[in-house]
Design a protein around this ligand. Structure first.
Ligand code: NAG
Ligand code: NAG
Ligand code: NAG
Ligand code: NAG
Ligand code: NAG
Ligand code: NAG
Ligand code: NAG
Length: 634
């Protein structure tokens, strides 16, 4: 009876599995089940987006599948707060796994013996955990291993001599464990990087390892025979010089990263990028291509002094920064803004993030963190999401989502030609609506007192729906006061503002008004005419309108769109209402939102529309009361 029952259960489970999973996408069902069982049996405080009904290969954080989505081939879960031991018979079922990173968690227990089933494993990163007990005695099962990092755990016992069977191993780090006994004679010609420092090893350095620098053995009781001058590392045969160089570099980078941990890696990346940037120079708003990873790695490795910072992710963040990934990421300078330099970093898993490296932060850690909490929890479709931040004495970084088309400033004033057309009217209206909604939402925060403080076209992006999306929120209060001649910012700054840190919501309204005028005229807020004369956009628009030459102010690029004159005049009026001199006479942001939305409503009525649903149904911002609920970030 119960046997029958069991059979029936199994049968229906199979049917269920079939109907639930198969129709969605070709997902590796067995691997998915193994991963779910892994997660179910290990403590994981972060909300990982591993939903049973979503596609493993395309949606699950940290999981990479092969080309036909039939197997999981890489799993990277660095620094997400895993705790407890690795549940047996879970990860080991991912038999096609090539890359595994669980580094920088708090995983305890012994080395998972069933990992021996992962016979295609090529890279294994388990450093910075609480693993203890002996190392696996038989390494020969992992014939493809190239990188092994087990450092910074509590492993004890001897170093297994079976390591010498790993003919492809290039990188081995066992530092900062409690390994004891003699160092075995590991004859691995491919090995390029080795670190056994800070263990309890004894004896002398065997001949095969004497080619490594003495730093690889410090912090042990090994005899002084190692004081031989370090020989240069042996180069593996049959490799072209250029290729060898790049492998070596990435290993350097890896080592630097491992030494520093995740946060440090970030700094390294930033330093590196900075290095490239300072090498090339570059003007504000003009993207500078730079792919000089090599330089950055070196610079970072030697300067990574920064210690007591930590990278804080916000809840719901799908990004997992694997240090290795970040180092491999190619970085590009996007621009040099008021508060620092902005980079685009493309991670290997095809996500792209924006890293902002702040200069002249003027507040302490606590205040910075409080501000980040507010900003990080500002979830709104018209506000760019802050994913993570990093604060230490010498380095402050912010990580944002990346928007492919660049800022509105770049779109309006960037180089045209080569098929690049100017922004059409509808897009400009959507930019205005989105930005207004975003700013209005920002103003509801902190008991309705929060101020953006730096609204300008280079801080506005297009969200996936094509609406404006505001960035760089609340930064002004954290930074040293801007010197008055910062021209770009000055063009947006309300006349009553003398200290950029003391901006008010009315100042935001003023800046938004300038943005509207910029969208209408296509002109920068402060721009030079042919001669030495500098024109202030607000003054210029005022004077032209006073002379009743209204039509003269509009961007000539807009003149080819029919029937929009009325709408342009409407927008002009809103813009001018926002930039009136007296702050108390300016409209409040929620009113501005309504007015700007009216423009679009008018336009969909006039023109028989391809009615775009998302345009009309976008919610207007609601006053929210989540001011105090900002403890969600750890
Ligand atoms: C998937 O599951 C989650 C909760 O586990 C649920 O919120 C979501 O609606 C489900 N999606 C689909 C497409 O069934
Ligand atoms: C392991 O790699 C080999 C060679 O690339 C491949 O033929 C084999 O199918 C892989 N094993 C699994 C379980 O994917
Ligand atoms: C696995 O790691 C190797 C070496 O770092 C890398 O070349 C490869 O692209 C990685 N594969 C995946 C699927 O991430
Ligand atoms: C991991 O080890 C550290 C240092 O000994 C200890 O503070 C921490 O509590 C350990 N964590 C777990 C989950 O065992
Ligand atoms: C190192 O080894 C010695 C003897 O071999 C032992 O007395 C000592 O406790 C060990 N130290 C550590 C930190 O394991
Ligand atoms: C190994 O790590 C130690 C720190 O644990 C460091 O001082 C040493 O330079 C490293 N050795 C090599 C060869 O990188
Ligand atoms: C070993 O630990 C020390 C101190 O925590 C650290 O400075 C060093 O970088 C670590 N070495 C490696 C190779 O991770």
């Amino acid at each position: 009876m119960s046997d029958k029952m069991n059979l029936w259960c199994v049968f229906s489970a199979i049917v269920l599995l079939g109907t639930c999973f198969l129709p969605i996408i070709a997902d590796p069902v067995g691997d998915k089940q193994a991963l779910l069982e892994f997660l179910d049996n290990i403590h994981h405080p972060h909300s990982l987006n591993w939903h049973e009904n979503s596609s493993v290969c395309s949606l699950w954080t940290g999981v990479t599948c092969n080309k036909d989505n039939s197997r999981v081939i890489a799993l990277r879960l660095p620094g997400i707060g895993l705790r407890g031991s690795v549940p047996p018979n879970t990860i080991s079922r991912l038999s096609a796994l090539q890359n595994l990173s669980l580094r920088s968690n708090s995983i305890s227990g012994s080395f998972p013996s069933d990992f021996s089933k992962l016979q295609n494993l090529s890279t294994l990163y388990l450093q910075f955990n609480n693993f203890s007990g002996p190392l696996p005695s038989d390494f020969s099962v992992w014939k493809s291993l190239t990188v092994t990092d087990l450092s910074n755990n509590y492993f004890n016992g001897n170093i297994p001599s079976s390591l010498s069977t790993l003919t492809r191993l290039t990188f081995l780090n066992l530092a900062n464990n409690s390994l004891s006994g003699d160092i075995p004679d590991l004859n691995i010609p491919s090995l390029q990087q080795l670190n056994l420092s800070n263990n309890n090893l004894t004896g002398s350095v065997p001949p095969s390892l004497q080619r490594f620098p003495s730093g690889a053995f410090v912090g042990n009781h090994v005899s002084s025979e190692i004081a031989l001058p370090p020989a240069p590392p042996i180069q593996p045969p049959n490799e072209q010089p250029t290729r060898r160089k790049s492998t070596k570099l990435s290993e350097h980078a890896l080592l630097a990263l491992i030494i520093g941990g995740c946060a440090l890696g970030f700094v390294v990346v930033a330093l590196l990028i900075f290095y490239c940037y300072s090498d090339k120079g570059g003007e504000e708003g003009l993207p500078v291509k730079s792919q000089k990873k090599e330089k950055s790695l070196k610079a970072g490795a030697s300067e990574s002094q920064d210690k007591n910072g930590s990278l804080v992710f916000f809840e719901g963040c799908n990004l997992v920064f694997d240090l290795e990934d970040l180092l491999r990421a190619s970085a590009e300078v996007l621009g040099k803004g008021t508060f620092g330099i902005t980079y685009k970093a493309a991670l290997e898993d095809a996500t792209t993030v924006v890293v902002k490296r702040l200069k002249e932060v003027n507040v302490g850690k606590r205040e910075f963190e409080q501000q980040m909490e507010v900003v990080g929890n500002l979830k709104h479709e018209n506000v760019t999401a802050l994913r993570a931040y990093y604060y230490s004495k010498d380095e402050k970084l912010m990580v944002y989502d990346y928007y492919g088309q660049g800022s509105v400033s770049a779109m309006l004033h960037g180089r045209r030609g080569e098929g690049k057309t100017s922004l059409d009217w509808k897009t400009r209206v959507r930019i205005a609506i989105g930005a207004a909604r975003g700013i209005a939402h920002v103003h509801t925060q902190n008991g309705g007192k929060f101020v953006h403080g730096d609204i300008k076209a280079s801080n506005i992006f297009l969200n996936p729906q094509g609406y404006g999306c505001v960035s760089d929120i609340g930064m002004a209060t954290l930074m040293s006061p801007m010197p008055p001649p910062v021209m770009r910012a000055a063009g947006y700054r309300a006349p009553e503002v003398t200290d950029s840190r003391k901006a008010t919501q009315a100042c935001d309204v003023y800046s938004f008004g300038v943005l509207l005028l910029e969208l209408l005229t296509g002109k920068s807020p402060i721009h030079a005419t042919g001669g030495d004369e500098v024109i202030h956009l607000v003054r210029w628009v005022n004077s032209v309108v006073r002379e009743e030459w209204t039509a003269e102010v509009f961007d000539v690029a807009l003149l080819r769109y029919p029937n929009i004159e009325e709408e342009m005049v409407e927008m002009l009026q809103i813009g001018m209402a926002c930039v009136v001199r007296m702050p108390e006479q300016r409209p409040k942001m929620p009113e501005v939102v309504k007015m700007v939305e009216e423009i679009q409503r008018g336009s969909t009525e006039n023109q028989p529309p391809p009615a775009n649903k998302s345009e009309t149904s976008s919610p207007t911002p609601q006053p929210t009361t989540e001011i105090g609920s900002s403890s969600a970030a750890h």
